[in-house]
Design a protein around this ligand. Structure first.
Ligand SMILES: *Cc1c(COP(=O)(O)O)cnc(C)c1O
Length: 382
């Protein structure tokens, strides 16, 4: 129950064990086409250029930046946690200028500040932001931000590594241009793949570049020859065949459950966790309107030994929760309820383990109340 990787559904680990076949085998090409369609479903897009990059979420991030930017371009980057900082690194390493819009860690991206940055830098090529900040458990308004970018004639890049399948992701409805995700958060697949999707406007920019993409491996013009080529597919790199079996299975599970049902499940388990935490006097840090149900930022009460508590959870309960990052280190826990791991059993285990461990550290809590509060939420929801 950390910030990812989440627990992998046994159906998915089962899929991994299927025999490895060739990356141009007709059966594999059929599987690639199905994965593209399933990703279009998950992202809610009809974008033709929708595929999994053969590397983790960070590679999806890099693919978006290096394909859309050319040296000398300007990009507006919103930072309200760890991952906006990595976006900035991608921009400057591509020889471009990053205009930073910074917000407090734990707050959503402030659209008023973004509007000011757009007005001050109308020549920026794109606006990039993190939809679901895993370092803080904050959701930003992807629709508003993408619309602001397109109204200003800029492209948008959206990081929804933690968002996809946990909360609404609506690529076409947002009018987003380049969106990347990861497999090991709410898709509950094995780590190591990054689903991406590019709008037609983004594809036009990629196809009319003056200079080649600095990364040969991530150059979408070349990757398209393998993933997009229809019957004319050519070798670019050896696809991670077994990991793609796993992704196909994970997306099939998502389709069976339904997008709305998956979001509702994440919301319900979050409500039950929150109810239990509150009976122990534990506070959620992020304001209600921008909380992520799949990543809960919990304030550590005074007098509690953070490291000792997390060690006890791991050793005595086989339960991992996330530590705070950056300025939040030692001040918060990050409790993940992602994908397959977002279930009532985990909520109850986490609450009981936290309650017992906090009592063990000397807090005066009445044992058993936290799980009862979660059960009350489940009873009222069913
Ligand atoms: C996990 C994560 C990433 C990076 O993904 P990796 O698979 O670890 O490379 C990027 N952005 C966000 C918001 C994430 O949560």
């Amino acid at each position: 129950m950390g910030p990812g990787p989440s627990d992998v559904d046994p159906r998915i680990t089962g899929a991994l064990a299927r025999p490895t076949i060739g990356h141009l085998d007709p059966a594999f090409i059929q599987l690639m086409d199905e994965i593209k369609q399933l990703l279009q479903f998950a992202f809610q897009t009809s974008n033709e250029l929708t595929l999994p990059i053969s590397a983790p979420g960070s590679a999806g991030m890099e693919a978006c930046f290096v394909n859309l930017l050319e040296a000398g371009d300007k990009a507006i980057i919103c930072q309200n946690g760890v991952f906006g900082g990595r976006m900035k690194e991608n921009v400057t390493r591509a020889g471009c200028e990053a205009i930073m819009v910074e917000d407090e860690w734990g707050s959503a991206v402030d659209t008023a500040k973004v509007a000011q940055a757009i007005a001050a830098h109308p020549d920026a090529k794109l606006l990039a932001f993190v939809h679901a900040e895993t370092s803080t458990g904050v959701q930003s308004d992807a629709y508003a931000l993408c619309q602001m970018a397109s109204a200003a004639g800029m492209l948008s890049i959206v990081d929804t590594v933690t968002g996809l399948a946990g909360i609404e992701v609506d690529v076409d409805g947002w009018g987003a241009d380049a969106v990347y995700s990861g497999t090991q958060k709410c898709l509950s697949c094995v780590p190591g793949l990054s689903p991406v999707t590019f709008s037609q406007a983004a594809v036009d920019v990629i196809q009319s570049r003056q200079t080649p993409v600095q990364s040969w491996f991530l150059d979408m013009n070349l990757v398209m020859g393998y993933w997009g080529g229809g019957a004319k597919r050519a070798y670019h790199h050896t696809a991670p065949i077994n990991a793609l079996y796993a992704l196909h299975e994970s997306l099939t599970i998502l389709q069976e459950e339904g997008l709305e049902a998956s979001w509702a499940r994440h919301a319900r388990n979050h409500e039950a966790l929150k109810a239990g935490l509150e009976t122990m006097g534990l506070q959620l840090v992020v304001e209600a309107a921008s909380r992520l149900p799949q990543l809960n930022l919990v304030s550590i009460p005074d007098g509690v030994d953070d490291a000792a508590l997390r060690t006890t959870l791991l050793q005595d309960y086989n339960l991992e929760i996330g530590a705070g990052l950056g300025a939040l280190a030692g001040k918060v826990w990050r409790i993940g309820l992602m994908g397959y791991a977002s279930n009532p059993g985990n909520v109850r285990l986490c609450l009981a383990a936290l309650e017992n461990t906090l009592i063990g550290q000397g807090l005066s809590l009445a044992g058993g109340k936290a799980v009862a509060a979660a059960n009350a939420v489940y009873a009222s929801a069913s």
